[in-house]
Design a binder for this molecule. Structure first.
Ligand code: GDP
Ligand code: GDP
Length: 453
């Protein structure tokens, strides 16, 4: 049973590590001994009341100037957030609000993860609360006045934190696949949900989800359990009149966040719209698996070209989710509805898949032989020493190279394409991190790999 993860975010020197030490008590750090990206993150086990969780310090968020994240650090923070159930933004109450705090807060507000605001260094009995209240301005919600050194306020912070951790019963079902059905209004989500539930001869039971009004539904088919997340969100609009432009996109984003596999439902009659693309973008950003469900296929007048034309349209408008399988269905007639969960199974498997370092490097070697990395005008050539998968859900690969700047987008896309062609990963996004490393370091850490490529 995986423990929920809480990410600690903030600029340097605000007291993040002091606070982590306090939350984790005396427990030792769990250093994931995988090379690459996760190596930089240290998880500490913590508990409060009856809940265990992991705290991960993302390291200080540093900026180019006061406004732009350094890309690598942004990547790291995104990765930490992607697996986190909640985040704590730590700021320095004695220093007051800084530009960097504002930038981080603005960025966090765009993420779907719930964020708590810890105003650290507020140990002063008469100044603490005043210092903290200045941080309402960040738009993150209630500032908690805490002191990592003295321990004041951390109890209230942890109480609030527990409310954001997933209920334990959700964690106890490692075998179920969480499926979110998302799409614009009127594409047929609730018809699809009804068709799904109608199909099941086996159990269907509603279970409360993480937030107050989110109801999940569990269905079983072919020995698999599927948790359809936030089915209340799908049905809700039936009772409420929203304006035509109301989209409930935030609710959709939250469902995506909680899912393993997202069914992106689009309307065959309308084709792919900007809103569909926006949802697809979020699915990639959150690293979720995806199946594109083209609904209302019954309503399309078809000839022998229709499907090809439609495929071309999809390829054109959803090219960034080309890896997602597409299925043409009708919630109304029930056509192919029973095939959707088969695609969900495949996508979920690929999402969790781990590829051995040996296989990965065989693919890399082959790719490098076909196409050597670019050389700059000054004669510097990109070198890839080796690659290894550092995480799954989604599959995440770190490539150790002499200098990431030597690899242009074209070449990066080529390598990703090779991974996909040789390894599949149908239905899941993959992440590739290009990490600069001196050859000497590679040899020291991994002597038998260094000369392989
Ligand atoms: P990080 O870079 O965010 O991890 O910050 P550190 O935990 O290393 O703390 C930075 C500095 O702030 C250190 O000098 C700490 O002693 C100090 N500090 C941390 N927590 C507190 C606190 O609650 N009160 C005060 N006054 N200082 C603190
Ligand atoms: P939601 O807003 O995405 O939940 O969409 P609904 O399930 O409420 O469906 C919106 C409209 O599309 C309703 O009038 C449905 O009857 C219709 N609809 C849904 N699925 C299909 C389908 O497969 N074929 C056709 N022709 N109409 C459909």
């Amino acid at each position: 049973m995986p423990l929920p993860v809480v990410a600690i975010i903030g600029r340097p020197n605000v007291g993040k590590s002091t606070l982590v030490n306090r939350l984790a008590g005396g427990k030792d750090a769990i250093v994931h001994d995988e090379p690459g990206v996760t190596r930089d993150r240290t998880y500490r086990q913590a508990y409060w009341q009856d809940r265990d969780f992991l705290v991960v310090d993302t390291g200080g968020l540093v900026f180019d100037d006061d406004t732009e994240f350094l890309p690598l650090i942004r990547e790291q923070a995104l990765m930490a957030l992607a697996e986190a159930s909640a985040a704590i933004l730590v700021v320095d109450g004695q220093a007051g609000v800084t530009g960097a705090d504002e930038t981080i807060a603005a960025w966090l507000r765009q993420q779907t993860v719930p964020v708590l605001l810890a105003v650290n260094k507020c140990e002063s009995p008469d100044q603490g609360l005043v210092q903290a209240s200045e941080f309402w301005r960040l738009g993150i919600g209630e500032p908690f006045a805490v002191s990592g050194i003295h321990g004041n306020g951390t109890g209230e912070l942890l109480d609030a934190l527990l409310a954001h951790l997933p209920p334990t019963e959700e964690l106890e079902e490692p075998d179920e696949i969480r499926v979110a059905i998302v799409g614009r209004p009127n594409v047929g989500k609730s018809s699809l949900l009804n068709a799904f539930v109608g199909e099941q001869r086996s159990i269907v039971s509603p279970i409360s989800g993480t937030t107050r009004d989110a109801i999940d539904m569990v269905v079983e088919q072919g020995g698999h359990r599927y948790r359809l997340v936030d089915t209340a969100g799908i049905r809700k609009k039936k009772n409420v009149e929203y304006g035509p432009e109301f989209f409930g996109i935030n609710r959709a984003f939250k469902a995506i966040r909680r899912a393993d596999v997202v069914l992106l439902v689009v309307d065959a009659l309308d084709g792919i719209t900007e809103q569909d693309q926006k949802l697809a973008g979020r699915i990639i950003e959150d690293g979720r698996a995806c199946v594109v469900v083209v609904n209302k296929w019954d309503a399309i007048e078809k000839d022998s070209h229709t499907i090809y034309e439609y495929e071309r349209h999809l390829k054109d408008r959803l090219h960034f989710t080309e890896w997602a399988p597409t299925i043409y269905v009708s919630a109304m007639t029930g056509q192919r509805i029973d095939k959707i969960l088969e695609l969900v199974n495949t996508a979920a498997e690929q999402h969790k898949r781990r590829v051995s370092t040996a296989v990965l490097n065989e693919v890399l070697e082959e790719a490098l032989n076909w196409h050597t990395p670019p050389t700059t005008r000054q004669g510097r050539q990109g070198k890839i020493y080796y690659g290894t998968q550092v995480a799954s859900q989604p599959p995440t690969i770190a490539l150790f190279v002499n200098d990431p700047k030597l690899f242009n987008d074209n070449y990066r896309r080529y390598i990703e394409r090779q991974f996909r062609q040789q390894l599949g990963f149908t239905g899941t996004p993959i992440r590739i991190f290009w990490r600069g490393k001196k050859l000497r370091e590679v040899e020291r850490n991994n002597p038998n790999r260094a000369t392989k490529i």
